[in-house]
Design a protein around this ligand. Structure first.
Ligand SMILES: O=C(O)C(=O)C[C@]1(C(=O)O)C=C[C@@H](O)C=C1
Length: 380
């Protein structure tokens, strides 16, 4: 049984697309298959063929997959993929906010918490959400950056640096996971459970007790959608109560996360920065790199401590393009070090001269420094 990326089966506009779409299935077993959605008649029919690695086409699968694809496409918007980004969006009446996943994902709820009247736009991957903002397809992106149980979402730290968007806000969202299965399926029937890797990590204790095989997919709601569409009897999903309703699934257990206080912090990204204020609590996010040497990170952090600026987060990531730095050591000759980027959040606005002085000071010995955004704190 292969786990397909969401887009393989839920695509209204893929089905209308003039070009055939080819998606590689991610298979947990030795099967590795490619799904091709091909348009036979532009208006009325699609042809779905499944090929295995030996290019054997299994025609018997056509009708059922086509049926599934069209049934789902009528009800839920398809996540944007990179190829959609060139198409213009006409309805500009509501703020459009990109999130990663499909309808029912926690990220969609976070987008709606940040902008209650927005049009939440699903995207296949984090990268697509970044590009959708950059290319004016949407106005904002709301993306997870850290979770109180699972830790940092490193991919988004890396993408913040690779793209040129600005952090204009943050939103904290209480994530309450449910164990979902198709109607009639009991907990004892479950052999495996699908979900987003963060969600699986957040439910470690429950899933270990159940003794099920865990399989990672792109998002929690996508897991529910997959199990529901395929009418699986031995597979469950960890997802939200909202996803249970959308994909008509039974809730076998609620609040299965390891700790009831399971909070994910999301960043709100935009093309333009906001003008920082001092009228309410602000946070500033920066990224910098430093020379190699004893006490350099200590010195960097001291620029905040000596000004009584509170740090709320520090994350280090290896530099992707020059991950190793060559340095000369008087005792050992030439040495190679890992080169890091440090992401720091501090509780102050860039409108505050204290923050400006701290960054001026940091620049004296940082080899690179970028302000990612200065934005109101979510104090909920
Ligand atoms: O899969 C989802 O529903 C998401 O919104 C993604 C995501 C994440 O990336 O951390 C968001 C919140 C939860 O922490 C689990 C998963």
């Amino acid at each position: 049984m292969a786990i397909y990326s969401r887009a393989s089966l839920n695509s209204p506009s893929q089905l209308r697309s003039p070009t055939p779409i080819s998606l590689t299935a991610q298979s947990p077993t030795s099967f590795h298959r490619t799904i091709r959605l091909q348009r036979k008649d532009p208006r009325f029919s699609i042809r779905v063929s499944i090929e295995d690695d030996n290019n054997c086409v299994d025609d018997n699968k056509h009708s059922s997959l086509a049926e599934l694809a069209s049934r789902d496409s009528r009800t839920h918007p398809r996540p944007l993929s990179t190829s959609d980004l060139s198409k213009s969006i006409r309805d500009r009446s509501r703020l459009r906010v990109a999130y990663q996943g499909v309808s029912g994902a926690y990220s969609e709820s976070a987008a709606q918490k940040a902008y209650p009247d927005c049009e939440a736009v699903p995207c296949e991957q984090f990268d697509v959400a970044f590009q959708a903002v950059e290319q004016w397809v949407v106005d904002r992106a709301v993306l997870p950056i850290e979770n109180s149980l699972g830790g940092s979402i490193h991919r988004n730290y890396d993408l913040l640096l690779r793209h040129r968007l600005h952090i204009v806000g943050e939103v904290k969202f209480a994530v309450r996971h449910c164990l979902l299965a198709n109607h009639g399926v009991q907990v004892e029937d479950l052999k495996r459970v699908l979900s987003h890797p963060q969600a699986l990590a957040q439910c470690e204790l429950t899933l270990t007790k159940l003794g099920v095989v865990r399989e990672a997919v792109d998002d929690t709601a996508g897991a529910a959608q997959y199990v529901s569409l395929h009418k699986l009897k031995d597979t469950g999903a960890v997802a939200s109560l909202g996803a249970a309703k959308i994909y008509d699934m039974n809730v076998l257990a609620k609040d299965i996360q390891d700790d009831s206080d399971n909070i994910t912090r999301f960043l709100i990204l935009a093309r333009e920065p906001i003008i920082p204020g001092t009228d309410r609590p602000f946070k500033t996010s920066i990224v910098f790199s430093l020379e190699e040497g004893p006490g350099v990170l200590f010195k960097a952090l001291a620029v905040f401590a000596m000004r009584n600026i509170n740090l709320t987060k520090i994350e280090s990531r290896p530099r992707r393009w020059q991950p190793l730095r060559q340095a000369v050591d008087s005792n050992n000759g030439s040495l190679k070090y890992f080169d890091y980027l440090f992401y720091v959040d501090f509780e102050a606005s860039m409108a505050d001269p204290n923050s400006q002085n701290a960054l001026k000071h940091l620049k004296e010995f940082a080899t690179f420094l970028r302000v990612l955004g200065s934005y109101p704190m979510d104090t909920d």
